[in-house]
Design a protein around this ligand. Sequence first.
Ligand code: NI
Length: 389
Amino acid sequence: MNSLLDQLITWRRHLHQNPELSFQEYETQAYLWQQLERLDGIYLRKAANTGIIADLITDTAGPWIALRADMDALPMEETPERPYRSLYNGRMHACGHDAHMAILLGAIYLLYQQRAHWKGGIRCIFQPGEEKAPGGASLLLQEGILQEVPIQGIWGLHVTPQLPVGQIGLRSGAFMAASDEFSLILQGRGGHAAYPHLSRDLIAIGASLIMELQMVVSRAADPRSPTVLSFGQFQAGTAANIFPTQAHLRGTLRTFDEKWRQDARALIQRIVSHTATAWEIEAELTFLPGYPVLQNDPTLTALTRRWVVELLGEASTLEMPLWLGSEDFAFYSHVVPACFMRLGTGGEHPHTRLPVHTPAFDIDERGLEIGARLFAHIALRALAHFQAS
Ligand code: NI
């Protein structure tokens, strides 16, 4: 039991010390490849440039399932001194993707050892670029990785400092938000701020648009389906007494329903266009589509909950609230039945309870073994389930 945890910690710490940014995971890929090619009979190939597809197959006739881990780190500095601190300035595994990779490696080793006891195919996906649009998941789907074999279910997990080690968070249906970024450039006649009637005040128009667009949330969104519309940037002007000729606003839209996501974008566009027409200014609104809503398949999630309880006990699972963050695993959930889980990694050390994307973020490494055993257990149960059905 301890040897598995030791191995997981070794993998995780190596990956943690050598973080690579989105779509640049070359060393990470090479390291994973080394660990995987030791397993005789595993089918390895590169995908989406820096990713790896690792197939464990005991029966080509299936059934097929998939497990996924993301690979990328973040452009930020790891501040605390620790034996496994990042060796690179300005790069850090602050979202736990190092742990996700170690967990999937561990699960692969467990499933490999038990290969006489299961039938089918397990597609293990090491996916680059979760943190950066368009998301590695969308690239892998373009390469057909979930379509070329008949995958009946895909599972992924994410370390979660808000949950103590040993807890697994699940939610059926919509789970994590769709996210869209937008940019709004307003252009108009500038002028002396003492004479508003001779120019167009883009700051006042921009400010009023920010307020009016909140009506999209309060008056057009179904209150039973949360919507967030936030502006993170408003840049305009150079002096107290000059009307600028340009204002730049940027924001994010979070939704939990794909139809509403489209409608909200259209409504925002109409409000912006009509305001621009009314004030005789130019307004250019651009949406940078992010990730869709992550949909946990209800049947698969119910089965998963049962299997989690079987492995970790009744008290281990809890129902998660909607999560306003987004995850590119969501792309998979629109192609095959999917179940995304939150893995508790909060422990004694205060750093393990800090939010992801913070400079001292860490995990309680006992969660690695739980994650690996969980993935392996789910894979075995799922294959047996699909075999029988
Ligand atoms: Ni993450």
